[in-house]
Design a protein around this ligand. Sequence first.
Ligand SMILES: [Zn+2]
Length: 252
Amino acid sequence: MSKIKAITSSNSDHDRERALDALFNQMVEDAEVNIELPSKGKFYADLDKIVIEPLTYQEEERILRSKNSGTAAINMLLTNCVKGVAVPDLLQMDKLYLLLKVREVSYGPEYKFSVACPHCDTDVSTEIDMATGLNITQVEDDLEDPRTVKLPKLGVDAVVRFPRVREESFLTDGEDTIKNLHRFVMSINGNDDSVFISKALKRLHLIDVKTVIKEVVRGEYGVDPRFVFECPHCKGTATMAIPLDIDFFSVS
Ligand SMILES: [Zn+2]
């Protein structure tokens, strides 16, 4: 009588883990994407090689359940999926970029969504290849943080810096931005006293305030969510923006 070989029962925990690793290793490699941070990684003290891991099913479920607290859910998602940089330290330009990359490794580069045509009001299903369809602007090599900006009306220099993800709650709307702007201004006319800076900001000419905000935010860097929409019904075109928020992670 021939002996029946035990196949399944001979698996030790070690063997099982090894088999699982072998099974899923290939997938992890497939998920690797090209990471070129908009900031070029210039403004981080501890920057390791950035690795993006795809969302797990559990993670996606958690995000869908927590739809109301968008910012917290997004940051948690980044913490779980992005290795090599501390999420609270991220610049906004890099945050959106990494979000895009997490989506790309999780669902692929095609993003399908529907928009209402601004000309004929028809709901149009459209899709964009996020790996190639969006413009991404990197900082110049000589950009610094903090950096100096000249206030055009007052005629003096201010030193400002980029906000980080841990500070994003200070900049949620226009009123918050004005109230919290002093946090991102290191000095005005060489004076770095925080009370002086707060009071000076309140008295600045509108043009100077706008100059400071523009320099703090530098919105020209990072992912440009705009794309040119062409309506198949009325043939009209429009510049529209894809939503770079939590909706991005609900795949239908
Ligand atoms: Zn149309």
